[in-house]
Design a protein around this ligand. Sequence first.
Ligand code: KQY
Length: 363
Amino acid sequence: MTTRTTTPRQDGFRMPGEFEPHAGCWMLWPCRSDNWRLGGKPAQQAFVEVAKAIAAFEPVTIGVSRSQYQNARYRVPDHIRVVELSSNDAWMRDVGPTFVTNDKDEIRGVDWQFNAWGGLKGGIYFPWDQDDLVAQKVIEIEKTDRYKAPFVLEGGAIHVDGQGTLITTEECLLNANRNPHLFKAQIEQYLKDYLNVEMIIWLGRGVYHDETDGHVDNLCCFIRPGSVALTWTDDTNDPQYKISVDAYERLQSATDARGRRLKVHKVHQPGPLYMSETESQGVDQIEGTLPRRSGDRLAASYVNFYIANGGVVMPFFDDPQDEVARSRLQALFPDRTVVGVPSREIVLGGGNIHCITQQMPKV
Ligand code: KQY
């Protein structure tokens, strides 16, 4: 594996949109008992269901820490590849590489700095040393060259249209717990250099009570160039309401890198949903790890879906809005099959299907 000293932009590489063809999908295996209840067993089952749903559309690989290898290999169907790969938790979107491609059918991986969503200033757990090595290991296994980005970024903090436009949130990328030494203009320049984008659309805050400091992948995403889905509520008393209205207004007034106005599609949120006493009691309480408290509002959103080759795998919450949201997404993705997978066990850990997956583009 060669680590390049140039940037993807200098070398003519760009991050494709998630809706472009994939070679496959990478995931990790959940097992830490201070994040997942009951030693991670219900979450493991949910991750297996997500992997099976995605594997119906494209190859899936799951990275598993040494002590869980046999358990994972037993629980995961044979057609899904399982490889030993240490991590501190299971959020491949955030700790994995962001792949970039060029027009000569070449692919390389960008390895961001990772600090567990805020390091010692509000991060979710300590240490995160194994998470920080995941991107490099995936790049090595996939036999691509690597760019080592000189700043903190999680994959869930960005979405791109593959045509020069990126959306993100101020709450996350301008947070002092990510890159306190960088001004907004410097962060924009790094995004342009490492993802080869021209236009950055800044939204304000992410989903209410999202522990990532407002990752955009739980709030809003590209369906295709020129078209985005935004999590929504009509309940003016819900704290999410103002956040979604603000995002809607910013998106409506934005133009993308090609000068288009965006079409904004609202997708009504589930719930609101909260962590139960039983669920909270199932999680080990460890000093230094974000506590999981009974009554905590869950950052549940249908926008946290994964776009696969010919399919979309979306979260279901056993909520009356599930089928409404699925029909809505099916109408927005007429050429793909939209599949719902029960994901309450994943949102209890602080994220959802998009957060636990990372696509590798096809070249
Ligand atoms: O939003 C994401 N991409 C990840 C969520 C991580 C939650 C950590 N507990």
